[in-house]
Design a binder for this molecule. Sequence first.
Ligand code: NIG
Ligand code: FE
Length: 411
Amino acid sequence: MKILITNIQELLQVEKTPKLFVSGKQMKILPTIKNAFLLIEDSIIIDFGEMIFLEDLKVDKRIDAKRKIILPTWCDSHTHIVYAGHREQEFIDKINGLTYEEIANKGGGILNSAKELQNTSEDELYNQSSKRIEEVMKLGTGAVEIKSGYGLTKKAELKMLRVIKRLDKNYPITIKSTFLGAHALPTEFKNNKKAYLDLVINEILPIVAKEKLAEFIDIFCETGYFSVEDTERILKAGNKFGLIPKIHVNQFTAIGGIQAVIKYNALSVDHLEEMRAIDIECLKGTKTMPVALPSCSYFLSIPYTPARKMIDAGLPLALATDYNPGSTPSGNMNFVVSTACIKMKMTPEEAINAATINGAYAMNLHKTHGTICIGKKANFIITKEIPSYNFIPYSFGNHQIDKVFIEGKEI
Ligand code: NIG
Ligand code: FE
């Protein structure tokens, strides 16, 4: 089925030939076509250009965009959307003065979510998570990465990963899966971290690989969680099974994790709220995408990733939500893009690049997602009537979405 969309005020993020990502000064450039059309066939973009070049075409459906703006759907490369229950009590504890660390130390945090998930059936976990998938699609997200890591037992980690697989099968949004067995140390292993890592590596990982339950591997490399040494051990093990690293690192402390994981060709390093000059330096010239999670900084009141310093040093940057029950109970990429502009001083062009093309790269989806390009997925947002694309981040706390198309279908 061919659909032609005409009278587009501005078509954002257009691309002739797919590139990997944009970095440094390039991030300030957002290629657009004013007064444009877009032609899709089934789930794929087959043409686009200026209205004046539009020939008489036979199509199955025409949509008059009535001078609205079109941009590719958001690519959210870091989430924990599959979880059970909520942690709003910890939100209150935080208001009353406890830190993230103090909450974790009294049995809250990740371990709290793990206990809840272990006691939730696979079907129930699927039902709870599918609501969030539907929610983020309506908010304009067309591709998302989801991590395990709230199971922390063989049975519960596999349950999470199977739910991720089922969501991918049942929804049009593209879902990439990450095995994050080493997210936190379960209480029963409190004094024996080695034994827990043995379990993750020797018992869970081989099944994850055999059943193709994940493409990526992650670990929370952080003081009080897992060390740089633990991280290298996990990455080496993942490497044997062909799992690509995407790492939680430099969230609260800078302990040399970035230097370690780039040796294993990490696809992305995520969080990066605490960045030393040497951490920025060592990312230069690598193919590792730095990923900032501004909603997490907002919710926890911790520093924002120093985007300006990083981009001005020539690095690329992606933006993602980190949607999870503890540090970021929000999957709203529109808010992420606004917050990146407001708090991290990214320009709208940089923020849109970070949330589309660079986010796609951080999930290994650069060939199919992240730009308006012939041959890529027909994934796009039609905005409400807005004066310019600057209005998207400007109208923070709101969204400017009229319609969302994923794989050529309005959702
Ligand atoms: O990315 N930092 C580690 N993991 C999650 C938060 C997990 C939680 O608090 O439940 C994050 O922020
Ligand atoms: Fe996370």
